[in-house]
Design a protein around this ligand. Sequence first.
Ligand code: ATR
Length: 272
Amino acid sequence: MTGSENPLQLSGAARIYGTLAHPADHVRAPTLFTAKFAELGLDKVMIPIDVRAEDLTSMIEVLRRQINFEGAAVTIPHKIELAKLCDELGETGQLTGAVNAIAFDTEGRLLGDNFDGKGFVAGLYGEGFSLQDKKILMVGAGGAARAVGLALAKEPLAGLDICNRSPDKAEWLAGRLGEVTGQTVAAVPNPPADMGQYDMIVNTTSLGLHDGDALPIGLDGVQADCVICDIIMIPERTAWMQAAEARGLTVHAGRHMLDYQMDLIAAFIGAW
Ligand code: ATR
């Protein structure tokens, strides 16, 4: 898109948002947010802020002092370090120790949270899936699993099982999620004995990112109407999703988690 097709008309009163990343070439948020600002007729802009890890603290101090700077989306490699710099973390930010959005409040305090899990659940509802009374298996117990697991466990499920290569992490996460949400959450063997009990299986491991990766979990014995969800965004159709489709199963791709986060992040940073 050229400037003439999308004239950016800012006044001196414009509010500024950012996307903190390094490198920043690949980030999509500035394009998406700025297009939405134009569509809504808002005097706002989001700019990519390419900052090295060693300069992050100084950058935050500068942004804190910039009166017209409201908040930012946050991506690799800053999610964990920024969580440490926040004065206040939301529930998912606390559990994951990582943030993907930050905002300054009126006193200049830095607030942060992580919207991966809420975005994942919003994506399921947005694409027409129900979670009511569903039995779900989550594969993986790392950082992404903490966010996705917390959001899933708050839904009216029949129960959430977690399996992981390292069983101690699945045990820890199941205990923590059960405690925080009151949901029935259990750590189960990897793979679980009875794959036929699940209405939905969610991959939160990194398996599928690279060619030649093993499948996160085999699909033998799953119900014909089980929904197979990946949170890996690239490739858009992972080998696991392809294996599921070859069996005639319904799949749900990772990009929905990101797409459905935009409105959640916008609300948190006060964009619209
Ligand atoms: P992220 O923040 O992206 O979730 P992470 O916290 O390192 O990254 O978690 C990666 C997840 O993928 C973990 O569940 C990890 O299993 P372990 O807890 O046993 O490490 C899982 N994972 C990564 N590589 C794997 C592999 N080769 N086989 C099985 N699980 C794997």
